[in-house]
Structure formats: structure tokens, C-alpha cells
Design a protein around this ligand. Structure first.
Ligand code: NAP
Length: 307
């Protein structure tokens, strides 16, 4: 299988690496080359601004992929709030250009739990969408356009986490940010009233591949991790994993921090994921197991702080 992966950020790179590890071909596309620890990575990459008319069709013709994975930005909820037109162009505008060119290729669109307003404890695929922020509205508009494609599958994913280096050029995912700030001696403040079902980025990559190669896919599928927890509890688990005392995490209301424009409960039910033949064999990892794995893989015992 040969895939064109649009977006070479945190999730796009993980998807490409996973495909290549499974002996598929993957070509990343974005405006600037992917950077790994500040240096250009070794992953195949082509330049693309997906919002530029004709650009996606040109790259599609050059790369000639069997499937397309759309995992481009903008992905920062706060940035989208202050740049609504760019957010809509980046997702809905881009989706229109993809819809014109993709034909019947399998097109996996990585969408978000922000299409919901966050008032329900958890959301199934049949829950009513009602985005509470610009980012969610832009992603939902893109979903509507792409859903008209015969080969499209909309994969809505909860908060994605994994290892990122402390000097990564953009904001870090919540897990990586907590690890690096705690190790640097900072106290982490996190909301006790914002709930999520986090998913390890490796598990998202595996799910994306499964949907890209399956003969039959559902048009819409949710992927949330098996744990529903508050950001404060999650940060406390990470501190414990680093051997740090619980006082290093301060729980606060989400109204006080950078999470003010986030829905209170961004939790997805994965019942379809657990039963559909395309994904039923996959088991998204619990947060505790993934935390232990990531810390063991990336931190030597000597590098762990003791206070
Ligand atoms: N991270 C999560 O927790 C999460 C959860 C659910 C869904 N998602 C979805 O997954 C996608 C990627 O998330 P991420 O965390 O990997 O974001 P990210 O690290 O910010 O990466 C975004 C990538 O998109 C590229 N991009 C932005 N505008 C583009 C354009 N006009 N044309 C081509 N490429 C463009 C960026 O590179 P350039 O700026 O160089 O072009 C970058 O490579 C987002 O759409 C998000 O909605 C993410």
C-alpha cells in the first residue's frame, strides 16, 4: 500500500513511521519539511500547501497513492480561535480541494472530539455534533465535505499523546509537556474538571493503517482510549511515574487556564471500533500502561528526578 499523508506533524509522522515499519510506502506532505529533534527527518516528504487551489491534485498525480491520510493542521485550538478564517480554509477549504481530486481512493480523515460541545459524559458516533470552538466547527465542516467521497472514513480521535522531545519546534502534547515541565522542576497546573479519553499516538497510527487497508470500513468511527480521566489526574499519574510527589501537580478549574475554550468532556466511546472487522483486533492501550512504556523507552533510570 502506498499512502499520501498530508500533515507531517506529531500525528502525521507517527502514521508514516508506522506504515513504513509495516513495509507500506508513505509520503508525507506539508508546507515545511518534517523536523525531528530540530533536524530534517529521513521520512519521504513532498512540499504541499493543501489550501492552494490545484496543489493537492498535483501532488496526488505525482505520488499516485492507493490511499490518502489527512492529518494536517491547524491543530492548535487556541490559535484557531483567533484565526477563524484560516482555520476554516485549512480544514473545510482543503477538504473541498481534496474532494475534487481524490476520486474513490480510501481517504482517512483524522477528525476530533471537538465536534461535540463537551456536555455529555461520552459520545458515540450517533451523538449530535455541536462544536464549542472554531477548531471544532472547521473540522466538522471538513467532515461534511469529505463524507461525500465514496472511499472516505472519518476517524474522530480523542486527545492524542506520546513522546516528543523537550526542544520540539511547536507546542507539545499534554503528556510530553507534563513530563518535561515536571523534570525541569516546574509545578504543573491542570484542570480537574476537563475530562478526556487519551489515545497513544502509536495506537492512532495503527488504527489509521487498519482503516487505510481494509476492504470495508464504516463511514464514521470514534477512537478514544480505554481510560476516562481528568487532566489533573493524568498529570498526577505522570508525576507518580516519574517518582515525584503529588504536590508537584496543582488541580485547578479549567476556567483559569489555557483550557478555557475547550469542551469540559472530550470523551469518545469506541464501541464501533471494538466490534468493526476493520479495527476489532486492535486494543488501544490504557494510560498507565502507555505512561510506563514511554518513560521506560525514553528515560534512563539515572535521568529520573527523585524530588
Ligand atoms: N494532536 C491531537 O491530540 C489530535 C487529536 C484529534 C485529531 N487531531 C487532528 O490531527 C491533525 C494533526 O494533528 P497534529 O497534532 O499532528 O498537529 P501538528 O503537529 O500541528 O501538525 C500539523 C501538520 O499539518 C501541516 N500543515 C498545516 N497547514 C498545512 C497546509 N495548509 N498544507 C499542508 N500541510 C499543512 C503542518 O506543517 P506546515 O505548517 O509546515 O505546513 C504540520 O506538519 C489535526 O488536523 C488535528 O485536527 C489531532
Amino acid at each position: 500500500m502506498r499512502a499520501l499523508v498530508v500533515g507531517s506533524g506529531f500525528v502525521g509522522r507517527a502514521v508514516a513511521r508506522h506504515l513504513i515499519s509495516r513495509r507500506d510506502e508513505a509520503v508525507l506532505a506539508s508546507r515545511t519539511p518534517p523536523l525531528v529533534n530540530g533536524s530534517p527527518g529521513s521520512l519521504p516528504w513532498v512540499p504541499l500547501d493543501i489550501t492552494r487551489p490545484g496543489a493537492f491534485a498535483g501532488v496526488l498525480a505525482d505520488v499516485a497513492p492507493d490511499s490518502i491520510v489527512l492529518v494536517h493542521g491547524p491543530s492548535d485550538v487556541t490559535w484557531c480561535e483567533s484565526h477563524p478564517e484560516e482555520a476554516m480554509a485549512g480544514h473545510a477549504g482543503a477538504a473541498r480541494l481534496v474532494a475534487e481530486a481524490a476520486g474513490d481512493r480510501r481517504t482517512v480523515f483524522i477528525s476530533t472530539d471537538n465536534v461535540f460541545d463537551g456536555t455529555a459524559t461520552t459520545c458515540t458516533e450517533s451523538a449530535v455534533t455541536r462544536p464549542a470552538n472554531v477548531y471544532g466547527r472547521a473540522k466538522l465542516a471538513a467532515e461534511g465535505i469529505l463524507s461525500t467521497l465514496p472511499g472516505a472514513v472519518l476517524l474522530r480521535v480523542s486527545l492524542i499523546y506520546g513522546w516528543e522531545a523537550a526542544d520540539s519546534p511547536k507546542w507539545l502534547n499534554f503528556f510530553a509537556s507534563c513530563v518535561h515541565r515536571l523534570r525541569a522542576g516546574e509545578t504543573v497546573r491542570a484542570p480537574h474538571d476537563q475530562w478526556t479519553t487519551p489515545v497513544l499516538v502509536d495506537d492512532v497510527a495503527e488504527a489509521t493503517r487498519a482503516l487505510a487497508i481494509a476492504r470495508v470500513v464504516p463511514p464514521l468511527i470514534h477512537l478514544g482510549g480505554p481510560d476516562r480521566l481528568s487532566r489533573a489526574d493524568w498529570a498526577a499519574d505522570i508525576a507518580a511515574g516519574l517518582g515525584l510527589p503529588p504536590e508537584r501537580v496543582v488541580a485547578e478549574s479549567r476556567a483559569h487556564g489555557r483550557y478555557a475554550n475547550r469542551p469540559a468532556s472530550t470523551c469518545l466511546s469506541s464501541e464501533v471500533f471494538a466490534t468493526h472487522p476493520a479495527t476489532a483486533s486492535l486494543r488501544p492501550r490504557p494510560v498507565g500502561e502507555a505512561t510506563r512504556l514511554l518513560l521506560a523507552r525514553h528515560l534512563t533510570p539515572n535521568a529520573r528526578p527523585t524530588t
